[in-house]
Design a binder for this molecule. Sequence first.
Ligand code: HDL
Ligand code: ZN
Length: 445
Amino acid sequence: MSTTTIPATTDSYQTGLTNQVRGILDETPAWDLHTHLYPPTFGTPLSGTGQSAADANGLMLWGIDELLTYHYLVAEVFRVVPSRVLPYADFWQMSKREQADHIWQHLFLERSPISEACRGVLTTLQRLGLDPADKDLDGYRKWFAQQEPDDHIDRVMQAAGVCRITMTNDVFDDNERQRWLADPTVGGDSRFAPVLRFDALLCDWPAAARQLADWGYRTSETPSPDCIAEVQRFLREWIDRTGAIYCAVSLPPTFRFEGPEDTQLSSVIFREAVLPTLAERNLAMALMIGVVRGVNPRLSIAGDGVEKADVSSICRLCTDFPQNRFMVTLLSRENQHEFTVAARKFDNLMPFGCWWFLNNPSLIEEMTRMRMELLGTSFAPQHSDARVLEQIVYKWAHSREIIAKVLADKYAEVSRAGWPISDEVIRRDAKLLLHDNFQEFIAGR
Ligand code: HDL
Ligand code: ZN
């Protein structure tokens, strides 16, 4: 489309522009920069057609029963059938299939599936060619059971408009770590990018020090220079083993970084071991801050909550470590404005995504507007955080719709100020937002 000739004030211009932007975003492949997804080499508990024996502890989660038992939906179903009716222990005793039946019955058949996580299941079924109106859970199960995981990944990435999936490879998770030690090629699927995740190192240093010592590193709770050197050896070995494209931690809202004099063990490990190693390896550090683990432990993985984080600690890190790059996402809505302003101050800070409890249309729109108005196109608007393969279909469909709406509004505003908008401009911006900003930031260009 050439530069538009329709006056930039009419509703039809706005509608046309929104459709044009949405179409281009739909065609622009996204690099999903944070997920919990895996290729079949990490094992999958669900057997498809012709697949080698399923692996009960497999890390590749896919299929309708995994979609329905997503921890977001577990939390939601207990609001409808409370634990005084169905005790938590009884639910956790159920098979995956029985849990899925329970969630399907109470959140879909007996109530309208209007929550974002419920709607996501419907969008996913629809975009994979199944009809949600059939309400035929057993029929859906039959379809998924006919899929071969490897081919299914290609189909799902195509449907989601995702060209690359970034993993979360938690070195402190035995199931994950043993797979890397058993087969260094386990992460070799080019559709998936590895990320080294090490929450324990910064969230529970004493336990991490003991664990590293068990693994043969000369670490102790007191971070002596030799201990620091051993932590760096551990990081180098695992960065090299996984081929990590960045490193990541999730941190509680209490996380503080008080600067060079900060004697907190986590700060010493961060300052003396982690950040120098990442700078040496030219790797970005992803900080995901604000989760309160186990607010309701009886909900297990569904039991985490959120509290406001300390943005000044992020500013101190960006100031004290100009040779490091920080990708940051904060879990609290209340942090978003001060955090977006902080991103204006530091070119080594990349805000990314609408994380977890923020990944809902109303908050994605609010955050994306705020970011575009303060940062232009210089941020990474979204990641899926998917845990089940097919979730990338709905998470990206729902987010593209909102990003398109906001971007079209911004184009209409500059159009009214006399600035021409063209297909070419929209394509360039879409690629920056969905792919290039992230790729360039982790490359350090
Ligand atoms: O720590 C994280 O990476 C979070 O995303 C958690 O995995 C959380 O359970 C989640 O899946 N949020 O969407
Ligand atoms: Zn995550």
